[in-house]
Design a protein around this ligand. Structure first.
Ligand code: CTP
Length: 217
């Protein structure tokens, strides 16, 4: 008999420090992660959320409904995942992880002058979870893509990151009330049609629980 999955959600952007006051940050409100957390709670499934630097109102909404641990940088998120993933079964990797970060963090504030900044790639956190814990749990990735390339790119990311499914959303999802997402697995893809974010989150949770049930018997 399978037990109920212990759910881990990452949400929000990462902030990559450049000096004590500046950094590089992806755009991400954290709202998709919040919709997923609420969908889990409405089914009585406990959730731990690893939460990036989001606006206070979103942070407060998370805090009202679930347990949260905060991170700022991708390196902090990487450490938290290494710590918490082995004790969870289902991962929603909704965080918008920066692709690049400053190669060096300056100790004092950079003066205003023309400078070049060396950037280095951030390791792929989702892909490295698959490498370190290949047969552990169900890992769901999220991707925002141009509508025309949505399915192709999601399929490539599914393979590259060795996750069990990708929830692929068009770029128009940013700041919109509705989502026209596509669920991509190694078996094929399913278009969800135009849904509110909470309907969408409920459907993503449904499909993920099916994958968990199939894996855990
Ligand atoms: N992701 C990750 N580690 C990274 C970048 C992304 O774990 N360094 C995860 C995201 O949390 C998301 C999924 O991978 O679940 C897809 O994110 P996306 O930014 O679309 O992937 P990238 O590999 O960064 O691809 P792109 O070059 O299109 O930005």
């Amino acid at each position: 008999m399978s037990h109920e999955p212990r759910i881990l959600i990452t949400a929000g952007p990462t902030l990559e420090h450049l000096d004590p006051v500046r950094g590089i940050m992806n755009r991400s409100s954290g709202k998709m992660g919040l919709a997923l957390a609420k969908a889990c709670l409405s089914r009585g499934l406990p959730v731990l959320v690893l939460l990036g630097p989001v606006e206070t109102q979103i942070h407060d909404e998370f805090q009202e409904c679930c347990q949260i641990v905060r991170y700022e940088t991708s390196a902090e998120l990487e450490r938290l995942l290494a710590n918490f993933w082995p004790q969870h079964d289902l991962l929603f990797m909704a965080a918008a992880v920066s692709d690049l970060r400053p190669a060096k963090i300056l100790n004092s504030k950079m003066p205003r002058s023309a400078v070049s900044i060396d950037l280095e790639p951030v390791p792929d956190l989702l892909a490295s979870l698959a490498k370190h814990w290949p047969s552990h749990g169900i890992r769901i990735g999220f991707a925002l893509e141009d509508s025309i390339h949505l399915v192709d790119r999601a399929k490539n990311k599914l393979k590259a990151k060795a996750c069990h499914a990708m929830a692929a959303n068009p770029l128009s999802t940013i700041n919109a009330e509705t989502v026209a997402g596509t669920w991509v697995t190694p078996e094929g893809e399913e278009s969800f049609g135009n849904l509110t974010k909470s309907e969408y989150a409920a459907l993503v949770l449904d499909r993920s629980l099916q994958l968990w049930a199939a894996q855990s018997g």
